[in-house]
Structure formats: C-alpha cells, structure tokens
Design a protein around this ligand. Structure first.
Ligand code: PLP
Length: 396
C-alpha cells in the first residue's frame, strides 16, 4: 500500500507499459504534453525538444493549424484508399507539387519511411528490370526486409541475413568507389543527400553530380532517401535542391505530416508509368486524415515562410555552437536544422546531461549529438539550447 502511495506517476506508467511491451527499449521518462518546441514529462519537468520525435514534429507540438485540420477531417472522412478519389488528397497533391522540383511529377503515398522505401525498391525493379542496388556505408534506409538491404550498420542487418536485395556499399562521398560499383545490373543507387542516422554527413556536390551522371550513363536510377532530410529540414523543401540535382525518385516521410504518419514517393512520369497496373498498393497510404495533416504542414511552410526561417535559425544555431569553441567538440556540421555536434568522446553521457538540463536530443552514431528540433524553433530558443549544451558539456 505504502509503495503505491509513494510511486511516481512516471514509475506507474512505465511499469504498466513494461507488463506487455516487447522489451526492445527501456524508457525511463514519460512525455505527456507538448507545445511548439516545448515538452513536459509526467512529473511536470520542462524540456526544449531538439529531437522532435527524430525529425518528425516539423511545425511544433500542438500546432493550431495541424490540430484543427486533423480534427475537422476526422469529423468528415478518415478512410479513402488511393484507388478511390478524395478531395483532400487532391488538395495535398496540388500543394505538394508547388514545392517539388520538376521533373518529379508523380506521387505514391504510404505511412512510414521504411514503407515508402519499399515502394521505391519495387518501382526501381519495375522500371529497370534489374534487382541489385548500390548504397552508402553509414546509410540508413529502414528496417523492413527490403529497406534493411540498404541499411549499412551490421547490427541491424546480420541477425536477419540473408538480405532481400544484393547491395554494394560504397564509401559516402567517394566518387571512385561509386563509379566502380554501378554496373549494368544495378537497378538504382540509393543515397541520403544528408546522412542522418549515420552521423549528419552532407554529401559533396561532386559525389551527387557523379551519381547523377553515372546512373544515367549505365541505365540505373538515382533514388534519394529524404525520409529524414526532406520536408524542409535543411531549409529547402528537398535537401537535393541545395545541390541542384534531380533524381528519378525521392522518398520522404518523417516531417511531412508533422507527426501524423505519411510517406511520399516522388517520381518522374517515366518511372511512374513503369509499374504494372495494380503492381503496388497500401491500405492506409494517403488516407484523408494523413493528407489533411500534410496539407496543413505545407500551409504552415507558406504562411510562416518556414524554409527561409530554417536557413536563418539553422545558421544561427550552428554558429552559436561553433562559438562555444569547446575543447570537447570536434566538429559541428549539417544543413538547416539537421545539425550534428561531433564530440571527441562517446556522446551518451552528454545526451543524458543535456536531458537533465532540459534539452531533449538524440545521438547519431556513437560520437555525434543530433539536433533536429521543430522547424519553428526561434533564435531565442536556439540560444537557450546552446547555453544548456555548454552546461552539459561541462558537467557530464
Ligand atoms: N530512411 C531514413 C533516411 C531514415 O532516417 C529513416 C528513419 O530514421 C528511415 C528511412 C526509416 O523510416 P521509418 O522509421 O519511418 O520506417
């Protein structure tokens, strides 16, 4: 009896959860509310959220326009698969292609990053008649059996081998290795323009230009995985726009629905036409609820000039961290609000100290602290993050 009285709300929630969850994770904190860049845990402690559900909460928590769009749509129509027409999905598609560069002109919707990458794999096979892929070391493209074939980390792959697709992994930004790997059996080269999970590494201009030229030359497709870097994260709608290079397909998910699950596969007319009728599909993809959410996110981009804001505040945040001139920091890199702070030590204790100091972040590999806050973060909030980062670096 005494135990139940003294038990914290957090302990109670986590204990109930642990009765039935799979044990994949052992969380020690419970979040119950958010607003903008702010989060509160079950004990009432406040955090600045620089994780955003891993680059998902693009327009901030409890965003008014997004919340209204979802609740209004829920009262109108939630279910309408892509084999039937829907007004909100048509509105979303119109708006989406105001942001997407030509010749990408067609879209297939799904509900997650891995699922949209699975669709890209199938389209690549349909369009080329080939089934081998080239991807990059440190790359991450998901954990379903097809997308896992493109994910580099051994710990994710090895327990589930053999992989579905034969993939050659090359060193990211190494043009020579890329040139050697693409053969006349390659269906597609699959690359993140800015590697996320692998440590926030932007591609070089030369590397992406070579990828475009070599794939053209050898009859393979170029696919950009922008599940993390897309939807405004880098200050352009797609990170590939920073390079002026247009692939045959781009996948996006995370930030597009502001937290409501949606993934989009963008492709050229030619690639779209290669899939046999009925050759792919999904029950939930592009349902009106998700479409209303993504439409609200894109409207926020327009009305708040968010892409320019991301460039501006991203630069401000990176500059603030660089100006700390901290001896523990090896490198600060990234584009827009996709920022990696590489330390000279393993980051786990520093990520924990930051959380104690009220800033939620996540690592990207062993030595990189990843900052992917909501795109609406203000300069004053960014300054506060820098201040608390300095404190965490000094106290961990
Ligand atoms: N591709 C990239 C670049 C990612 O960062 C991720 C997830 O972190 C995925 C694919 C997989 O997305 P999901 O977790 O929604 O399946």
């Amino acid at each position: 009896m005494a135990d139940t009285v003294t038990k914290t709300i957090t302990a109670d929630i986590l204990e109930r959860d642990a009765q039935h969850h799979t044990g994949l994770w052992q969380p020690d904190v419970v979040f119950v509310r958010g607003e903008g860049v702010n989060l509160w845990d079950a004990e009432g402690k406040h955090y600045l959220d620089c994780m955003a559900g891993i680059a998902v909460a693009s327009v901030g928590h409890a965003n008014e326009r997004l919340a209204n769009a979802i609740s209004e749509q829920a009262r109108k129509l939630i279910v309408c698969p892509q084999n039937l027409g829907n007004d909100v999905r048509a509105d979303l598609t119109d708006k989406l292609f105001q942001f997407v560069p030509k010749p990408l002109n067609r879209v297939f919707f799904a509900s997650s990053g891995s699922e949209i990458n699975e669709a890209a794999l199938k389209w690549a096979r349909a369009a080329t008649g080939r089934s081998k892929f080239v991807a990059a070391k440190r790359g991450f493209s998901g954990r379903t059996m097809g997308s896992l074939s493109l994910t580099w980390e051994k710990k994710y792959r090895e327990p589930f081998e053999p992989m579905r697709y034969e993939t050659t992994f090359i060193r990211y930004n190494d043009v020579d290795e890329l040139a050697e790997a693409i053969t006349d059996e390659t269906a597609a080269v699959f690359l993140e323009p800015v590697q996320g999970e692998g440590g926030i590494h932007p591609a070089t201009q030369e590397f992406l230009e070579a990828a475009r030229a070599l794939t053209h030359e050898r009859g393979a497709l170029l696919i950009f995985d922008e599940v993390q870097s897309g939807a405004g994260r880098t200050g352009t709608f797609l990170a590939s726009e920073n390079y002026g290079i247009v692939p045959d397909m781009t996948t996006m998910a995370k930030g597009l629905g502001g937290g409501v699950p949606i993934g989009a596969l963008l492709m050229t007319d030619e690639v779209a036409a290669a899939m046999p009728k009925g050759g792919h599909g999904t029950t939930f993809g592009g349902n009106p609820l998700a479409a209303a959410a993504a439409l609200a996110v894109l409207e926020e981009f327009e009305t708040r000039d968010l892409l320019n804001h991301v460039k501006d505040v991203g630069h401000h945040l990176r500059k603030g961290i660089l100006e700390l001139n901290h001896p523990l920091i090896r490198d600060v890199r990234g584009v827009g609000l996709m920022i990696g702070v590489e330390l000279k030590k393993k980051v786990a204790p520093y990520v924990a100290a930051l959380r104690d100091a009220g800033v939620l972040t996540i690592n990207a590999g062993a030595t990189v602290i990843r900052l992917v806050p909501p795109l609406i973060i203000s300069k004053a909030e960014a300054d506060e993050v820098v201040k608390r980062l300095k404190h965490a670096l000094e106290t961990a």
